[in-house]
Structures are given as C-alpha cells and as structure tokens.
Design a protein around this ligand. Structure first.
Ligand SMILES: [Zn+2]
Length: 367
C-alpha cells in the first residue's frame, strides 16, 4: 500500500504543468438501488413531495437494463443486480453466476474484491438480506435458493448487514425459522465473531459506530412497510456509514429500497410513494455524508422499472397527483441514475447496467 501511495504521489508530481489531470477516484463508494424505481416512481415522488434531494446530484444518466438473455428486453432483479455487483451481465434468475458450455462461471463481486483489499463492506436493505438484489453482491446461486444464500453470507466477510430475514437463518421450530437442515446460522455467525442484533431496541442501544462485524435482522422476512418500518432505511444507513467509515482503507456500501418494486407490482401507488420517500431519505443521509467527506462517490439508480408508472394528471397547487400503471410486471424502460462525488464524471449520459459495475470494480481495485 505504501508503494502504491508513493507511485501515486510521483505521478502527481510529474503531472504538474502537464495537460491531463489524474482522474479523481473515490475512497468510499455508496451504491443506492431503488428496486423497481423507474422514472415514473421518481416523478410521482417529486410531484408529491418536492425535489430537494435529487437536484443535489451534479450528474444524471439513463441506464439500459437488458439481461444476457438474447430473447428478452426485460430484466429481473437478479440479473440487474449481478451486472452492477460484478460488471458482467447474466441470465434472469442468476446471482453472480453465468452459464457456460457445462455448468457456471462464478463472477467475482465488488464485495469480494473490496474485502480482498482490506476495505470495509456493508449491505443495508428493507427486504430479507437473502433476496435477489443484496444476494448478488455476496452470493453465487439461483435467486430462489435463499437457504443456500444465507449459508454463503457466513463467508462473505461483510462487516455490516442490516435488513430482514431471520427465518432464513433459523431452523424450523425456532421462532419463525424455516431452515430444513436444522442449522442455526445466527449462532454460526456469532461463533465467527458477528454481533447479532434481532430487535430495534437492541439496534438503538448498540451505539455508533456499531460493533463489527454486525448483522441486524429486524423481521422474519422483509421489514414492515412505512410508516411502521423500524428502523427506517435512513436510520440503518446512518449507522452503517458511521461504522464503515472507521476503516482507513475506505468502504463499499450497497443500499436497497427493496419494496418500491413490491408496491409497483401490486400497482399500489400510495405505498410506492411511501417506499420511494423512505428510500430518498436514505439517499439524503448518504449525500450529506459524502458532501462533508469529499472522498465518497454516491450513486443512486434502479435495477429496472416496475409497472411503467406515469404521472397523468393532478393539481400542482396542492401537490395532488394522478398516476397510471401500464401493468404489474417489470418493464424495459431505462432506469434513472444520479452520481455525486469523485469518479462521477466516469459515467456517460446513457449506459448499460454492467458498465456501472465495471467502473465501480475499477475504483475498488485501484485503491
Ligand atoms: Zn420485481
């Protein structure tokens, strides 16, 4: 590490007076994914609640989300998350695996890469931590194998894991446990040194920074929807950042507003608005940290659009909004993308989702 720093200073020295400046590279990366948060979901939020947070991003873009499947326009969360987590596209349904002539190639994830370089890593979501989007960042499986994904979390090296999903970690007969193999993965995590937190009060009392490594699971499966959600996504993100930032080599944090997608699947616009608000509040926490820190890249994007929501009417004077969905499935509409901080100039106005993963992987490797 010392050699690399010296080489970097030398490059800076030689660079004095020359035309090409060194490209800025972030020390920390925070990737916030609104699952299913298409441009229409954002427009509904902006119309109803205002645009104070998203207008703080100096850069924006559109992301093409097509999976590796040549006969598909529309992605699922597994393929889209894999593209951002590894820089490689895969087939719908697969998590950081890609089919080859026989069997699968294992795609290296940004969490694995960051861990290998001594950086801190974290995942904060409002679904179960074994669900498709978070799982693509640390596991190699089919998205339906949530019991197996929970086992793979044991060896992930993740420093901070916050979300829901105790039932995937406990055996049948213990609480809401649904594991058929009799394993109690929460006890196995404790034996590996994890601080295991399973209720909100304990989370509040655990202080800041949290003891690491830490896993906080606040529901048997997904967290309750807002306004009952405790902790909120923003509360979890605040503690995660305060914890991860103590690593002098920097950190990678993935945050997901997981249930925007679920509300959109059921064409529940009011609930989709509340979920988007919960997500944007977390974006604001990340942005405030990055603004003060100066070495942090914040990216806000979606894995795909869900429902094809559009604002079709309403009254601007009282922020009344009318919306319509085209259906209950994902669509191929490009996903919105916002970037703030060093490295944000690496992203063009239109890109494929695996390009995001490629650039982030490069940033983690260059540190
Ligand atoms: Zn979905």
């Amino acid at each position: 590490m010392r050699t690399r720093l010296a080489a970097f200073s030398l490059a800076l020295w030689i660079g004095v007076g020359s035309a090409a400046p060194q490209p800025a590279r972030p020390k920390n990366v925070i990737l916030l994914i609104g699952d299913g948060m298409g441009v229409g979901a954002l427009m509904q939020f902006i119309a109803a609640k205002g645009d104070k947070v998203l207008t703080r991003f100096p850069r924006g873009a559109l992301v093409l989300t097509q999976p590796l499947n040549e006969d598909r326009w529309v992605t699922d969360s597994a393929a889209a998350a894999t593209a951002m987590a590894t820089g490689e596209k895969t087939l719908n349904g697969l998590l950081s695996l890609r089919p080859k002539a026989s069997g699968f190639d294992t795609l290296r994830t940004i969490v694995e890469e960051a861990e290998a370089r001594g950086k801190a890593t974290g995942i904060v979501v409002t679904c179960q931590v074994t669900h498709a989007t978070p799982a693509a960042f640390y596991a190699h499986a089919s998205r339906s194998q949530e019991g197996e994904i929970a086992i793979q979390l044991l060896d992930s090296g993740l420093d901070v894991v916050l979300g829901g999903g105790t039932s995937f970690f406990l055996p049948v007969g213990e609480g809401e446990g649904r594991r058929e193999d009799g394993r109690n993965l929460l006890n196995e995590l404790r034996r590996r040194g994890y601080h295991v937190i399973t209720d909100t009060l304990e989370f509040r009392r655990a202080g800041v920074p949290l003891p690491v490594p830490v896993i906080g699971l606040f529901a048997p499966v997904a967290l309750a929807p807002p306004p009952e959600r405790r902790p909120t996504l923003a509360q979890m993100v605040a503690k995660a950042i305060a914890t991860l930032r103590t690593n002098p080599r920097g950190f990678f944090l993935m945050v997901e507003g997981s249930q925007i997608d679920w509300a959109a699947h059921s064409n529940d616009a009011a609930r989709e608005l509340e979920e988007t608000q919960d997500f944007v509040a977390a974006v604001e926490v990340a942005l405030d940290f990055a603004t003060a820190d100066g070495n942090t890249l914040v990216i806000v994007t979606a894995d795909h659009d869900t429902g094809g929501l559009a604002v079709t009417g309403g009254d601007r004077r009282n922020r009344q909004v009318e919306v319509r969905y085209v259906g209950g499935e994902h669509t191929a509409n490009p996903a919105p993308f916002f970037a703030f901080g060093p490295g944000s100039d690496r992203f063009p106005g239109m890109m494929a989702n695996d390009f995001i993963g490629k650039v982030l992987m490069e940033f983690v490797r260059q540190q």
